[in-house]
Design a protein around this ligand. Structure first.
Ligand SMILES: Cc1cc2nc3c(=O)[nH]c(=O)nc-3n(C[C@H](O)[C@H](O)[C@H](O)COP(=O)(O)O)c2cc1C
Length: 512
């Protein structure tokens, strides 16, 4: 992997306009921003019209690089094209270079700065690349004050119309499936507001800001199918579900609740169709549809009825361990993963639907990497595999498996364990418990033994909360303010201490 450019180089590149770029050329490497995969996923949205073509070249460089980092999905070919006001180019990810494919201006939108197109025999593969690219572009928007413009103003929209235009005008070697159109327009800053809410407390809330930059997650994006048997924490399941298809603060052009991936005309084909298969049973993920007319009425609607509501919950659809049946449905499904995510669609014949499955597939893999988990995508699925998976999980009609994501803790080498075993960081905890429970959420960078204990301010242990093996990623410990004997402790300040592999994280809490 090439080294990222220094800040000085970045400043020079940011001012180089795209219009100066006229012939085949070697491109610089991607630059790294300060934003996490989670924050970019939380902040993405499509801007359909009204932009101009004045973006710096570096935006295109990062977008093309990100697209090339997305995983394959069994396509016989994968080609990246980019149309600028000057030419249509073909991008070679191995040499970071562009060659003129067709001279002249063949953009769909005369106001766009550049339009990137993917030719791939599998729509899922095109979808994964498009999703990677649009997040990479969003990283240029920058942070700022919520509700105000950021000044960076890099926007994009995946467009079927632009793909149709590319198919006709770009003369690609293979058919272009999808095009993402980029330009400059007023945009809102990257968002750190979490709007997901769990109407039935089946899932903890996701973290919409993560520890690593998106570019570093992408640079290290790879698949791994050897897993340790440690199960995923509920926090990690929550995070993965949200990354794949969770709600975000934006509304779509037709006033629907935005999610982490785009969807043609706000159709949200995956709503209620992402299944989580673990030791205890089969559950499906809902991002909306809780309560008539909105949140909180307590009346369940079928998923997808009200596309303006928000939720973040799991619905148990089968009890008992169905993993043996799932693994038996295809020899390509890794047998040792503790958890599987099965992304289903209503119709495997529709390209836009399968592209959406690809968006979610990329999100699952990138989130797993950001959490330090191992993940492996089984995609594409044959008709026989789809049928076998649907019957293994007793899926209803209209829920057709499009891909399986196997996920769990990496089976790591001793060297890896010695490197940074057990590093622990508290990511969310309230400062006081008045009524109810303290919840301390923490992030482990490696699996290992974890001990969470409460001490009084004289350093005396008062309550052991947990002492067990845990996977990497997000976890939570709760404390109800009682001591070992079960009686409520006296008011005052206490220290929650989390120890893992020699690393220690502490949280001070007031018991009121
Ligand atoms: C496969 C696909 C094709 C799309 N085609 C178009 C299009 O031709 N024109 C357009 O304006 N938007 C198009 N969009 C953008 C969607 O309308 C947009 O993603 C949707 O309204 C959801 O809004 P959001 O992306 O802001 O969440 C397309 C999106 C996808 C995923």
């Amino acid at each position: 992997m090439r080294l990222f450019l220094c800040v000085v180089c970045l400043a020079v590149l940011l001012v180089a306009p795209l219009s100066a770029f006229v012939r085949a050329e070697s491109l610089p490497g991607p630059v790294r921003h300060a934003y996490s995969f989670e924050q970019l996923s939380n902040s993405r949205y499509s801007v359909h019209t009204g932009f101009d073509d004045s973006l710096p070249q570096q935006v295109m460089v990062n977008v093309l690089w990100a697209m090339s980092r997305a995983p394959g999905a069994g396509s016989e070919y994968r080609e990246f094209y980019v149309a600028t006001p000057n030419n249509v180019y073909r991008y070679d990810p191995a040499s970071y270079s562009l060659t003129v494919h067709r001279a002249g201006d063949f953009r769909y939108n005369s106001g766009s700065a550049f339009e990137v197109g993917v030719a791939a025999s599998r729509p899922e593969e095109a979808g994964m690349a498009i999703q990677a690219g649009l997040l990479a572009g969003a990283a240029f928007r920058g942070s700022g004050v919520r509700g105000q413009g950021s000044g960076a103003d890099v926007v994009s929209c995946p467009m079927q119309w632009a793909a149709d235009n590319a198919a006709a005008g770009w003369k690609p070697n293979h058919p272009i499936r999808m095009v993402d159109v980029f330009g400059r327009a007023a945009s809102v800053p990257l968002d750190t507001l979490c709007v997901a809410q769990s109407s039935d407390s089946t899932l903890p809330l996701p973290h919409v800001v993560g520890p690593d930059t998106f570019e570093s997650v992408l640079a290290d994006l790879h698949q791994d199918s050897s897993f340790s048997p440690v199960g995923l924490s509920l926090e990690n399941v929550s995070q993965l579900c949200w990354a794949a298809y969770g709600v975000t603060p934006h509304l779509t052009y037709n006033r629907r609740q935005g999610v982490t991936v785009p969807t043609a005309t706000g159709s949200y084909y995956l709503t209620g169709r992402i299944y989580v298969v673990g030791e205890d049973g089969v559950e499906r993920y809902h991002n909306r549809g809780s309560g008539v007319g909105g949140q909180g009425s307590g009346v369940r609607m079928s998923p997808g009825v009200n596309l303006a509501t928000r939720d973040h919950r799991l619905e148990r659809v089968a009890a008992g361990d169905r993993r043996p049946e799932l693994r038996g449905a295809s020899a390509r499904i890794p047998g040792s993963a503790p958890t599987y995510f099965v992304v289903c669609v209503p119709d495997t014949a529709a390209d836009q639907v399968m592209e959406e499955a690809g968006f979610a597939g990329f999100q699952l893999l990138a989130q797993a990497r950001a959490l330090g988990l191992s993940g492996f995508l089984v995609v594409p699925l044959s008709r026989a595999e789809r049928n076998a998976i649907a019957s293994a999980l007793s899926l209803p009609s209209g829920h057709v498996p499009a891909l399986v994501f196997a996920c769990g803790e990496a089976a790591t080498s001793t060297a890896d364990n010695e490197r940074d075993s057990g590093a622990v960081r508290i990511v969310r905890a309230q400062p006081a418990i008045r009524r109810g429970q303290l919840r301390v959420e923490y992030l482990l960078s490696r699996a290992g033994d974890v001990r969470v204990e409460v001490f009084d301010m004289l350093g005396r242990p008062v309550r052991l909360l947990l002492d067990e093996q845990q996977s990497s990623g997000y976890h939570a410990a709760t404390w109800d303010g009682t001591g070992e004997a079960g009686a409520r402790l006296k008011r005052g300040t206490y220290l929650v201490v989390i120890i893992s592999g020699g690393a220690v994280a502490k949280h001070k809490v007031t018991l009121g």
